[in-house]
Write a protein that binds this ligand. Sequence first.
Ligand SMILES: Cc1cc2nc3c(=O)[nH]c(=O)nc-3n(C[C@H](O)[C@H](O)[C@H](O)COP(=O)(O)OP(=O)(O)OC[C@H]3O[C@@H](n4cnc5c(N)ncnc54)[C@H](O)[C@@H]3O)c2cc1C
Length: 496
Amino acid sequence: MATEIPMVTAEERDWATAAARARDISSWDRTTDVLVGGYGGAGVCAAIEVAEAGVDVLAVERRESGGGTTITSGGQLYIGGGTSLQKELGYEDSPEEMLKYLLAFCGPAADEEKCRYYCERSPAHYDWMVEHGVPFRSAFFPPSEGTIPEGDEGLMYTGSELGYPYREIAKPAPRGHTAKRPGMNAGLVLMTSLLEAGEKAGVKVAYKSVLERVVMDEEGRVVGAIATVDGVEQSIRARRGVLLTTGGFIHDRGMVERFAPRILGCFPPLGENTEDGSGIRIGMGAGGAVIRMDESSIVMPFAPPRDLLRGIFFNRLGQRFIAEDLYQCELGDAVVMHQDGVAYLLLDSEIGPENSMGAQVCAKGSLEEIEQALGVPATGLAHTVEQYNRFAAEGEDPLFHKHPNWIRPLDKPPYKVLDISLDKCAFPTFTLGGLWTKSTGEVMDIEGNVIPGLYAAGRTSSGFPAAGYNSGMAVADCTFFGRVAGQTAAAVAPAD
Ligand SMILES: Cc1cc2nc3c(=O)[nH]c(=O)nc-3n(C[C@H](O)[C@H](O)[C@H](O)COP(=O)(O)OP(=O)(O)OC[C@H]3O[C@@H](n4cnc5c(N)ncnc54)[C@H](O)[C@@H]3O)c2cc1C
């Protein structure tokens, strides 16, 4: 097998899984039109689109069954712009308002083309889900109770739409759509429905089959792949191309060290252990560029109970650093990326300390005693609390604009402090960086040229939540851009 690597950056060359050369293959073991590598959230949606276009599709899936991380997930989908469920429940939304929010949230420098493409087609993506058997219950879960219902309500807020500054940038609307789930998790309901739809559409799947590398011809086109099927290496010709949907790289410690070192301390990795970057490395081996590799979703699941939002975060200097009511991944990012992983939550005697992230009380008493116990400079915390309480009495937070619903003076000592630092609590994390793709799913090289015959979607690519993540954006991005990549590949003229 040849080991030539097309033009890539030096960094990528170290990590790429070199493509094989078509001229070294005397006869193919198998032929299909579109080969999908990985049959999880993005893979099944891609394959359904290809099959429904009447084009032959084969998915190779390394496990004994499909579903990937998506089947284990919360199954929340960030869909909006005026879906039929939003309308039914009386919530106004439009692609324009949704776009304003995404551009503000998925930054810095959000991928405007991808965000716009998604917002315009988002209501139709909801309809597609329903048409493909995913059930949603027409009921709203109020934000005062959180972002993850214990029941099976279909619509909820799953981000920072009501938080500052987002509520002033875009008209807030609930966009978390979650499958109806009697006694099951929503990811299971979602993926069971989609896997059934794939079967109905005629998708062929080879399980226990690992995609190893792509095969390229002399013109630099991806014309097939090498896969290990039931332990035997096979060459599979793909007349319209290969679509990579193997998930992200949170489980490859070496890749995390190289590309996203700032999340090395985050634990546990959020995702199945198949998210080891194999598809990203295979794409790099075909000359695909990678972008936003250091972006991630760092979850800090400190509330429920929502009452904890009435407390205030402070850092090692005793200063607040963010509004406590923002989405949990924005909080996680703030603690890990901007506070060196050290943060505390101050509560008075009327709040907590029960919490859902396993944080322990690390100090209690007066503010002075807490400063001494934590090594906070004298009066640092007292000054913060004095200033917070002065404005909280009027229901205001001039520094960070926490929503008035969560503001009241912290004036009922004794106080207690939860240690919410990185080394004390769970900060589940998954990666958001990956292959550089157009909205069509075509993979690009470092100069922005499309690599013919190569497509990617889901966490293998850098999607619309390229930086800045709300719950539901990963599965929405995987399923939507998986579908688009499938449509693109199916429409290509087949190689002879
Ligand atoms: C507990 C949990 C809850 C979550 N909740 C949500 C949520 O509610 N909403 C949300 O948006 N996101 C959520 N996420 C994140 C989200 O689920 C994932 O980012 C997303 O589902 C990944 O989808 P994917 O299609 O890229 O990968 P996957 O669904 O993991 O699919 C990849 C598939 O490729 C296969 N594969 C891997 N390598 C190879 C190879 N070399 N050859 C062949 N097959 C291969 C894998 O076995 C797998 O089946 C959650 C994650 C977790 C872990």
